[in-house]
Design a protein around this ligand. Structure first.
Ligand code: FAQ
Length: 324
C-alpha cells in the first residue's frame, strides 16, 4: 500500500499538480513544509517589529497611514501561513512557543536595527523586493495551501516594495541630509538583504530535497542573483551606490557579478547572536503573554456560543418529538 501511495505522490509532484492536506505525503515532506512555513510565518510576525517602531515617529499622517497598513499586512501574512502550517497537523500555539523559546528560526534580516526613517524605505525596497524574488516562485510550490497563501502575500509585497521605493525617491529629492540618510540605510541593509536568500547552494543542506519535491523552485544562489540583477538598475535610477566594489555587469553571463556576503555573519545571526535577536524574541514573548486574556475571552465566547447552539438544537428536537 505504502509504495502505491508513494508512487501516487511522486506522480502528482512530477505532473506539477498540487499535494493537498487530504493526500498521503512522505513524513519528510510534511516536516520540511512545517519547518519552512513556520519559519516564514514567524518572519512575518517578527518582521512587524523593525518597521513598527517607526509608526509613532512617521514624519507625516500619510506616511503613518501607509506604514500602519504595511505592518498590518505582515500580521495578515503570518496568519495565512500559520493556517497553512495547521493543515499539516501543526499546532499554532506550539509553533509560537517554539519561536519564543528559540527552537524555531525566523529570517535573519529582522535582527538588524532600524536607525532612521530611511530604513523604512530601504526595508520596503530591499527586504520586500527580496521577499518577492523568493516568494513568487513559491506560488507554484507543490503544496496547495502554501502556494495559494503565497499568491495573496505576493500581491501585497508588491505594494510594500513600491511604497518603500517611492519613499526613498521622495527623500532623494529632498535635502543633502535626507540623501545621506538614504545612502546610510542602503549601506547597512544591502548585505543582510542578500543573506535573506539563505546560505550558498554548496552549503544549503535542505535545497536539493526541497527542489526535488518542488517545494522550492529555484536554488538560493539563483534567487540571490535575480535580486541583484533586479536591484542594480533601480539603485541607479534612485541615485544611490550599492556598497559592493565587486559589483559589475558581466556581459558573458548576462548577469551582474557581485561580492561574497559574510557567511559567518549569517551563521551568527541565525544562531541567535545578531544585533537584535534577544530584543525581538523578548518583545514577541511579552506580546504573547499580554494577549493571553484575548485568547481566553475568545475561547470562552466560542464555548458559550457552542453551548447556546447545543441548547437550541435540543429544544428543537424536543419540540419535534412533542408534535409527533
Ligand atoms: N534566516 O538549507 P537551507 C519577508 C536556515 S518574509 C534565518 O538553504 P531552506 C516578508 C534554514 O531555515 C522572509 N534562517 O534552508 C516581510 C535552515 O535551517 P534548519 C522570510 C535561515 O529552507 C518583509 C538552514 O538555515 N521568507 O521578508 C536563513 O532550504 C518586510 C539551512 O538553509 C521566507 O521564509 C535566513 N536568511 O532555504 C515581512 C521564505 N536562510 O531549519 C516584514 C520561505 C537559511 O534546517 C517586513 N523560505 N536559513 O536548521 C525559504 O524560501 C527558505 O526556507 C530559505 C532557506 C530560502 C529561507
Amino acid at each position: 500500500m505504502d509504495t502505491e501511495l508513494q508512487a501516487h505522490f511522486e506522480a502528482t509532484v512530477a505532473r506539477d499538480q498540487r499535494i493537498e492536506p487530504r493526500d498521503w505525503m512522505p513524513e519528510g515532506y510534511r516536516k520540511t513544509l512545517v519547518r519552512q512555513i513556520a519559519q516564514h510565518a514567524h518572519s512575518e510576525i517578527i518582521g512587524m517589529q523593525p518597521e513598527g517602531e517607526w509608526i509613532t515617529r512617521a514624519p507625516s499622517l500619510r506616511r503613518k497611514a501607509i506604514l500602519f497598513a504595511k505592518v498590518q499586512d505582515e500580521a495578515g501574512h503570518g496568519l495565512y501561513l500559520y493556517s497553512a502550517a495547521e493543515t499539516l497537523g501543526a499546532d499554532r500555539a506550539d509553533l509560537t512557543e517554539r519561536l519564543i523559546e528559540g527552537r524555531q528560526k525566523y529570517s535573519s534580516i529582522f535582527n538588524y536595527p532600524t536607525l532612521s526613517f530611511a530604513d523604512v524605505g530601504v526595508i520596503g525596497w530591499f527586504v520586500d523586493g527580496a521577499a518577492i524574488c523568493n516568494q513568487v516562485p513559491l506560488c507554484r510550490s507543490s503544496y496547495g495551501p502554501y502556494a495559494r497563501a503565497m499568491v495573496r502575500i505576493c500581491k501585497e509585497e508588491s505594494f510594500h516594495q513600491r511604497q518603500g521605493y517611492e519613499l526613498l525617491m521622495t527623500m532623494m529629492r529632498g535635502t543633502d541630509a535626507q540623501r545621506e540618510m538614504v545612502q546610510d540605510a542602503v549601506n547597512r541593509w544591502w548585505w543582510p538583504s542578500l543573506m535573506m536568500f539563505g546560505p550558498p547552494d554548496h552549503d544549503s543542506p535542505n535545497s536539493a530535497q526541497s527542489m526535488a519535491w518542488k517545494i522550492k523552485r529555484h536554488s538560493n544562489d539563483e534567487l540571490r542573483q535575480r535580486f541583484v540583477d533586479m536591484t542594480v538598475p533601480q539603485a541607479e535610477k534612485l541615485g544611490v551606490t550599492l556598497p559592493d566594489p565587486e559589483l559589475r555587469w558581466n556581459e558573458e553571463r548576462g548577469h551582474h557579478d557581485f561580492g561574497t556576503p559574510d557567511w559567518s555573519e549569517l551563521k551568527r545571526v541565525i544562531s541567535g547572536d545578531g544585533p537584535c535577536n534577544a530584543q525581538r524574541t523578548e518583545r514577541r514573548r511579552k506580546a504573547h503573554e499580554d494577549g493571553a486574556w484575548v485568547r481566553e475571552a475568545a475561547l470562552a465566547h466560542a464555548a458559550k456560543r457552542a453551548a447556546k447552539a447545543d441548547h437550541a438544537e435540543q429544544a428543537a428536537h424536543a419540540r419535534k418529538e412533542t408534535v409527533a
